[in-house]
Write a protein of this length. Structure first.
Length: 284
């Protein structure tokens, strides 16, 4: 990727893969509890309950990495079962299967990745390890069988407003989302500090990226995001995105909160061996 900031140069090119969701009237909305904005804490930090930061490498699997991170967080939060890492490559293959792009590293929509797990479940990474050279290979049948034991308990779209997003986090629910990346995001100072600047009018977009939001801080006027570029990026793998960046519908979109454990309406898990052959979930 080309581009420079006045104070630092771009040194890392990473793969992006967030594709903006298509509109769907069946999306369920997350409804914030009746908590006035004045009652919200001035900061929330859910990192303590997060698993180790993933590294997607040079594969456009950021949506799968974000979804897996949100699921593993919920396992840790609820303590209902031993925490294990959902197979990111399983998610990435099957979300592209739905979209008809399994042969290419095309990225994917967050909604498709979430709905695949709701319909077919997800296997542990021990069943289908994260080997980027196998991104176009269909996971083994045993992975689909084991996936039936782990599914999404509920998933809802979160309204892109400061109160709704902060209340979701204050309720101990992180959310995944996608945003448009500009060259300043790849600058050395961002890679070192995790402090993400608002893009300047002179910058051009370089891709779309999906991450998990795990906190906010009014003093900093920023949300805390969990990236998937390893613990060596930013602040031990985390970054800080300005409120103004995340609340701009032209820059960020597709906010979803996911719960793996019971806590929402149960979703039926249907397994056909191929996500593209499963029946459409009309209840979304």
């Amino acid at each position: 990727m080309a581009g420079e900031r006045a104070e630092s140069v771009v040194v890392k090119t990473a793969r992006y893969g967030w594709v903006r969701d298509l509109p769907d009237h069946r999306d369920r909305q997350w409804l914030a509890p009746p908590l006035a904005s004045a009652q919200l804490p001035t900061s929330v930090d859910l990192r303590r309950q997060c698993p180790g930061v993933y590294d997607q490498g040079q594969l456009g699997s950021c949506t799968a990495n974000a979804i897996a991170g949100a699921l593993e967080y919920d396992e840790i939060r609820t303590g209902t079962s031993p925490s294990w890492t959902p197979s990111r490559l399983f998610i990435y293959y099957n979300e592209r299967d739905v979209e008809g792009t399994v042969s290419s590293d095309s990225g994917a929509q967050l909604r498709d990745g979430i709905k695949v797990i709701a319909a077919d479940g997800v296997c542990p990474e021990s069943d289908w390890p994260y080997d980027v050279t196998k991104f176009a290979e269909r996971p083994p049948q045993q992975a689909y069988t084991d996936a039936l034991h782990e599914s999404v308990g509920s998933y809802q779209r979160v309204t892109q407003s400061l109160v709704q997003l902060k209340t979701c986090l204050a309720s101990e629910f992180p959310f995944v989302f996608g945003f448009t990346v500009f060259s300043s995001f790849e600058a050395t100072d961002v890679a070192t500090t995790g402090i993400i600047p608002l893009p300047q009018p002179s910058e051009s977009p370089v891709g779309g990226h999906a991450v998990v939001c795990v906190g906010y801080d009014d003093a900093r006027q920023a949300f805390t995001i969990r990236n998937s570029w390893g613990a060596g990026w930013g602040d031990a793998g985390y970054g800080y995105m300005p409120y103004a960046y995340m609340l701009d519908g032209g820059l960020a979109a597709d906010f979803w909160t996911i719960q793996a454990a019971p806590g929402g309406p149960p979703l039926k898990v249907r397994h056909t061996g191929s996500a593209s052959q499963r029946a459409e979930d009309d209840s979304a």
